[in-house]
Design a protein around this ligand. Structure first.
Ligand SMILES: *Cc1c(COP(=O)(O)O)cnc(C)c1O
Length: 837
């Protein structure tokens, strides 16, 4: 569908150079650095400042282009890159080889933000970077993904921290024509638009397309001059508006996004919703099916949801999107009339257990319209089961249907040139594009000397980068502080460098090191074994506490007895992150357990030989072993779902003890050859064992094999006919459910087993629709038991169910009746349950 790229350049490219436009418009250059030399040759100043190949091409002078067109060396470089690009486009992929006949309609991936490159500022943090990394890995693997998002004119805010430590926010305007995107044109060369109705008007959305290797990202933008002025700004900023604007944005993304897919003739095989923000896409999917087939809402919901995957990314229930009921009814009454759904019925989909006064929860809506639900780490699975337990009343936590896929990062986007060279030598060029079975670093060729040299070079480059940024920050603020310290000149190329960069917010505890300033000062000022610290991070504009945390660090940095050993880099973004994670020796992460859903920044240091010192939480609770890094409070298992600070003191003490007794002595433990052998052994373990596991490659393969492919199959089984019969059965169940009741329960011993029998009265219900299970909790007799019982008909609606279970006192066993139908994913799709009291 997209037309040739050359048409939209501001300059007409000389014929010899037309291939440049194709290269510049494929964001593959954000991880595949083959074409860097071209952009640098065209305009090194613009390239170094922006890392935006499309901007380079659009801002260079016509004269320079003519010169390059006649430069044989440049043409040779370009020809080689175009040939390599052609080869990439033609090459076989992991997915193509393993699953040739599946996902023909593609996976539609919805997310509110995408972090693909610093020059495409459509992200705020973890969620966006994860989505960007997932798309890049899908491209590597050949998994057919089409992504949908919003094009923000201003995106998330840019940060400056003034001398008083106050965060100042800026919203620079991004000219979309200078971003590496294209207007999406249809066969008639018309710019594709879709419309979404808001009360009393219709909002037009323009569509842009970004190419990410083999995948495409479609971006909707309301800044169409034909819209009313206030509507042009709906897609201006990310996460800054009030609730009404947020609702409008989510309607654009969900309703607009689904219409766009339809307009393009795409019938997705699977829909993957990331966070509740995009749940309206699933609603629009239902509406479209109702319109096309005349099905009712319930049937269409059942028919569509089997192949909808909802991934929850938050551990904090207050992080979910909530909308006042009044706003929902204002914005959706016309819409609901069209699908024949009453307002109350709709509101119920966004609320738990009939509590009508509650706000409308987008995560609840997403769950009610999905066929599977997953969290993003094992710890997060447990937390999510708590958070969503209201949707599954009377279900034990263990049975709440939340799966998990631990996040991963797109390794080729985060490796340093030095690390890339070493890995290429050990494992070849396409090492991150397959199933990662042969990832290792042979110690013969990749010696300790080489690993240490790699680490040193990376640290030196980081310090050069820090000095550059700090010099600018210092001059901008032009104050009386010690210039040497504030320009980073006191940083030491050879000192142990600790990095901490993330959103400044309470639960992430960026101030844990400041709980004992004198202890920290001792470590920083140690003559023989100094520690230095690099900090970065933004606080949400409304998060006053987060802003205070930034202020505390800035005040600490001003202390003259700190001797320039701690620096704070403004405006944490993808570029800053890249420099930090490549250069630091140790990455620090100190969230309050269990609030880190997963955390991904620590994964980015792995490939580069950085080590993690982190709270035993999120991904680190799965990855940590004593020979790969350090964990704070590693026996943490108790869940306290309040944002309790009760362990802060203890965790801070443990953090200092780890630094003093293990991390610092380990780093400076050089042998006679000047190498810290034990440290290097840890680096080698961490690189070899963790890099493949915490890659987006592994994550995308897991989503593909365990979710996308089986879900597509389930949806195919749900034909219109099957769905109709399911709806009728569920209606019958609904009617008869209040009549079901338990009778006598009895048992006889058979050796080590107990044969338990239970009477159940089922009225006229077909027992095939139900499942009777015998459940015992874990106790001194053994682990949890959930055993299905087999039924025999006795008389007029009475059934006798039996099963054999390990011997325990009979009162340990409780029977329960649940819906039993192998076509449904239970209890997600029907959480009815009846326990024998
Ligand atoms: C990786 C990354 C994040 C996410 O880091 P967490 O460890 O999940 O806090 C946030 N922002 C940027 C710029 C990143 O690169």
């Amino acid at each position: 569908m997209p037309a040739p790229a050359g048409l939209y350049l501001h300059w007409k490219l000389p014929g010899e150079l037309t291939g440049l436009a194709d290269l510049a418009l494929d964001l593959r250059w954000t991880w595949h650095h083959g074409s860097d030399v071209l952009w640098r040759t065209i305009d090194h100043e613009c390239w170094d400042a922006t890392h935006n190949a499309w901007l380079v091409l659009n801002s260079v002078s016509g004269k320079q282009l003519l010169t390059l067109a006649e430069d044989a060396d440049f043409i040779a470089l370009l020809t080689a890159q175009l040939a390599a690009y052609d080869e990439f486009c033609q090459s076989a992929t992991w997915f193509g080889a393993a699953y040739p006949e599946t996902l023909k309609g593609q996976v539609a991936y919805f997310c509110m933000e995408y972090g693909l490159a610093a020059c495409l500022p459509l992200y705020s943090g973890g969620l966006g970077v994860l989505a960007g990394d997932a798309l890049k890995a899908a491209s590597d693997l050949g998994v057919p993904v089409i992504a949908v998002g919003l094009l923000y004119q201003q995106g998330y805010f840019r940060q400056e921290v003034n001398t008083d430590g106050e965060q100042v926010e800026f919203y620079p305007y991004n000219d979309p024509t200078m971003l590496p995107l294209m207007p999406l044109r249809d066969d008639q060369e018309d710019w594709v638009r879709v419309a979404v109705d808001l009360p009393g008007r219709s909002v037009r959305l323009r569509v842009w397309i970004a190419r990410i290797g083999r995948c495409r990202l479609l971006l909707l933008d309301s800044n169409d001059p034909r819209n009313e002025p206030k509507d042009r700004g709906i897609t201006s900023e990310l996460y800054s508006g009030d609730s009404e604007k947020r609702l409008q944005q989510e309607m654009m993304l969900g309703l607009g996004g689904w219409r766009l897919l339809q307009r393009m003739g795409i019938q997705p095989s699977v829909v993957h919703i990331n966070e509740g923000h995009c749940a309206f896409a699933l609603l629009e999917q239902i509406r479209a099916l109702c319109n096309a087939t005349g099905m009712g809402f319930e049937a269409a919901r059942l028919a569509t949801r089997a192949a909808n995957l909802f991934t929850t990314h938050t551990s904090v229930a207050s992080g979910f999107d909530l909308f006042p009921v009044k706003l929902i009814s204002q914005y959706f009454s016309d819409y609901l009339r069209e699908v024949g759904l009453g307002l109350d019925d709709f509101l119920q989909l966004g609320q738990a257990g009939g509590r009508f006064s509650d706000d409308f929860n987008m995560s609840y809506l997403a769950i009610r319209l999905s066929g599977r639900l997953n969290a993003v780490s094992r710890v997060h699975q447990e937390v999510s089961r708590h958070i969503f337990s209201d949707l599954f009343p009377q279900w034990p936590l263990d049975d709440i249907p939340v799966d998990y896929v631990t996040n991963g990062i797109h390794t080729p986007s985060w490796d340093s040139p030095e690390a890339d060279a070493i890995w290429t030598e050990a494992c070849g060029k396409n090492r991150w594009c397959g199933s990662l079975e042969k990832i290792y670093l042979p110690s013969v060729s990749i010696s300790d000397e080489r690993l240490w040299e790699m680490r040193s070079k990376q640290r030196h480059r980081l310090i050069r980068f820090l000095r550059g940024r700090l010099h600018t920050q210092h001059c901008e603020h032009g104050n009386g502080t010690n210039a040497e310290a504030s320009c980073g000149l006191l940083l030491d190329n050879e000192a142990l460098t600790l990095g901490f960069a993330r959103r400044f917010t309470d639960y992430k505890r960026p101030d844990l090191l400041l709980r004992d300033e004198s202890r920290l000062l001792r470590l920083l000022n140690d003559r023989d074994r100094p520690l230095q610290v690099v900090m970065a991070g933004k606080a949400h504009p409304n998060d006053l506490h987060g802003k205070a945390l930034i202020r505390r660090w800035k005040q600490f940095i001003k202390r003259s007895d700190m001797h320039g050993r701690v620096v704070f880099i403004d405006d944490y973004d993808l570029d800053v992150a890249t420099e930090l994670i490549q250069g630091v020796d140790v990455w620090l992460n100190t969230p309050r357990h269990p609030w880190e859903a997963c955390g991904t920044s620590g994964m980015k240091v792995l490939v580069n030989g950085g080590l993690n010192l982190s709270q035993f939480d999120g991904w680190w609770a799965e990855a940590w072993r004593p020979d790969v890094g350090w964990a704070i409070r590693r026996d943490a298992s108790l869940f306290r779902l309040s944002n309790s600070s009760e362990y802060d003191e203890e965790d801070a003490t443990e953090l200092f003890t780890l630094l003093e007794q293990q991390v610092i002595p380990g780093f400076y433990d050089f042998d006679s050859a000047g190498l810290p052998r034990k440290w290097l052994a840890m680096i080698r373990n961490s690189m070899e064992t963790l890099t493949p596991l915490y890659s987006a490659n592994r994550m995308v393969r897991e989503y593909t094999e365990q979710f996308y492919i089986p879900m597509e199959k389930r949806r195919q089984e749900r034909s219109a006919q099957h769905t109709q019969s399911l709806v009728l059965q569920l209606q019958q169940l609904q009617k008869q459910w209040p009549l079901l009741r338990f009778g006598l329960m009895d048992c006889v011993e058979h050796g080590d087993n107990l044969e338990v029998s239970v009477q159940v009265y089922m009225d006229e219900l077909d027992p095939g629709l139900l499942k009777l299970e015998l459940v015992a909790d874990e106790s001194e007799y053994g682990g949890r038991v959930v055993m299905e019982m087999r039924g025999e008909h006795a008389m007029s609606g009475n059934y006798l169910f039996r099963c054999r279970v390990p011997i325990r006192p009979l009162e340990h066993y409780t029977p329960r009746l649940v819906v039993g139908d192998c076509r449904l994913n239970l209890p997600l799709e029907d959480p009815r349950i009846l326990w024998r009291s």
